[in-house]
Design a protein around this ligand. Sequence first.
Ligand SMILES: NC(=O)c1ccc[n+]([C@@H]2O[C@H](COP(=O)([O-])OP(=O)(O)OC[C@H]3O[C@@H](n4cnc5c(N)ncnc54)[C@H](O)[C@@H]3O)[C@@H](O)[C@H]2O)c1
Length: 425
Amino acid sequence: MSTTNSPQTLRAGMIGMGMIFDDTYRPFFEAAQTQGVYDRRFGVVEVPLVAVASRTGKRAEKYRATAAGRIAPFVSFSGDQAVDDLLKSGVQFACVASPDDRHFEASRKILEAGIHLLVEKPSVLSLAELDELQKLARERQVLAKVVYHKLLDPDHKKLRTFVADQVLQHVNNGYCSLLEPRSISGSQFAEWIQGRNPGTYVAVHYIKLIDFTFGGRLKTVTATGQRGLVGPADGPTWDSCQMRLIYDFGGREAAFDIHTSWVTPDNFPGYVEQEVQFRFDNGIWNGHSRKRGVECTVEGKTPGSIKTTLNNHYSSQFLEPWGERTQRGYGIEVLERFVREVAYVEYGGSTDRRNARLAEMAGQAYNDLAADRQTVAAVQALEVILARQAAGHPDCVVRVNDPAGGLVLYTPGDARPEILYAPAV
Ligand SMILES: NC(=O)c1ccc[n+]([C@@H]2O[C@H](COP(=O)([O-])OP(=O)(O)OC[C@H]3O[C@@H](n4cnc5c(N)ncnc54)[C@H](O)[C@@H]3O)[C@@H](O)[C@H]2O)c1
């Protein structure tokens, strides 16, 4: 329980109590409950989780029952009015971890209520939605941020450091692959998987990594995918997909392929397997989750309840050398950083400087919605290209900042471009 009497508090709301809540938000809120969040600029801030909203409320009740003593009492709302009810309960920031295609509605309501927003990746599925959220955040003078925890992975930070310092010079091309087991699509996400694809859900991590690490101007998006396992072979639900992004770097082009799947056999050794390779003018970067270090086998446990190739950097439970039980990693650190940003805006100095602090924090490109434009453009393009393919028009191409508009779809056999988004991306 709370150990200080700090008058500074940030009351938190949580929308969505699924897998990612359990992996990252839960350990963050539990640690904040005992330790608060401290920074010399604002002192100690208490961060109680005061309200949660989910579809049925079942997982919230289960959490309440198992978390007794680790988290203060919270109110749980469920059903159609859950988000509206949560926003009336006095929260100062709210996190959205509902399925991708439900982010926008909840995020819009949060910002309209003048409450700071943290939304899971992908922030939203279209540039029009992004525009609306950006506008609301500006009008209500609150932060609107998205979680891309892979940017805080130490390996990706090192990659970006080498790029920033010109150790690795001009990226020419590369690939990223992320494979999830069949259980993810078959049971974990069964409720919302109809009509969805693994690209929007996980390729977006790599879209952002490429966009943030290398800069450049997104030019072209193509994609394809496979169906028949999660849903019918001619339906709108995808087993796997492959997308290609072409970026322009002042006249030199770079191409990136991103492959994702959520139908890999449950017992494949990687469990979740992640691989990247980027080729530069003067070097090559290879990253592979199964070669990161640890491989462990436990009879009857791996790769189900314990993963064979453990990622001990993302969110892992530890017995610390000094005897304490903790859960730490970059998946949790990224949430804490957001809370620090809100705390700095609200408590980091005099009230008349709040706007300056807000602008400073909104200027952080790694998580601000204003810097998510090319990533959302790529996601919107992927969604449209796959929808066209499901409707019998494969091999479409989306061009970004084309003479015809900001996001423009070209369908083979049809000379007319379709403008998906008119303003410049
Ligand atoms: N940062 C990451 O790497 C990472 C990892 C996994 C998931 N995610 C993201 O987190 C989000 C949720 O994923 P998950 O794996 O936790 O999914 P999940 O299916 O395990 O959980 C979804 C939760 O949202 C709730 N929900 C559904 N519709 C809702 C609504 N309209 N209003 C309020 N709550 C609603 C459900 O009740 C459930 O609690 C997705 O956007 C996903 O992309 C991010």
